[in-house]
Design a protein. Structure first.
Length: 156
């Protein structure tokens, strides 16, 4: 059982997260045992567009933004902002070869990170937990696709 002080000290209510909506308390305990917390200063970059690999990140404090290069415009476009309570990086569940955006810290952030190596161990040792996380990742992608459709509709 994960220490309740550790869980409350994280400041992330996993029960409200779309990614963890299908998880049980025991799943969250397993994730906490595998994840680590860290602080990143404003301006730091967590990954670059085109870079391989990835982590699953829960934003505890601060903010992140996903930025996409724009050929011909000369400046990047902010594709998404991630505030406390948000998760990012769920595409690593699908073995994405490359990141489609650059992820950077806008406001000093405290993050809970499940690295890809730790996730692989979690998935091999706890397939039921992995299945619930996969369902949550698919749900997050559905939400993001709907948001993208709504934004696209405003352009026409």
């Amino acid at each position: 059982m994960v220490d309740s002080d550790l869980e409350s000290g994280i400041g992330f209510d996993w029960r409200k997260s779309p990614l963890f909506r299908f998880c049980e308390s025991s799943d969250w305990e397993l994730i906490l045992r595998r994840a680590e917390t860290c602080e990143k200063p404003a301006g730091s970059q967590l990954w670059s567009e085109g870079e391989s690999g990835g982590d699953l990140i829960c934003v505890l404090t601060g903010s992140l933004e996903a930025v996409k290069k724009t050929p011909g415009w000369g400046k990047p476009i902010i594709m998404a902002e991630f505030l406390p309570g948000a998760t990012v990086g769920e595409l690593f569940f699908y073995d994405a070869d490359e990141h489609s955006t650059t992820l950077r810290v806008v406001e000093k952030a405290r993050l809970l990170i499940l690295g890809s190596k730790e996730a692989a161990i979690l998935f091999s040792d706890y397939p039921a937990t992995a299945a619930r996380l996969w369902r949550g990742a698919a749900f997050v992608q559905q939400l993001r696709l709907r948001q993208a459709n709504a934004r696209l509709a405003t352009l026409f």
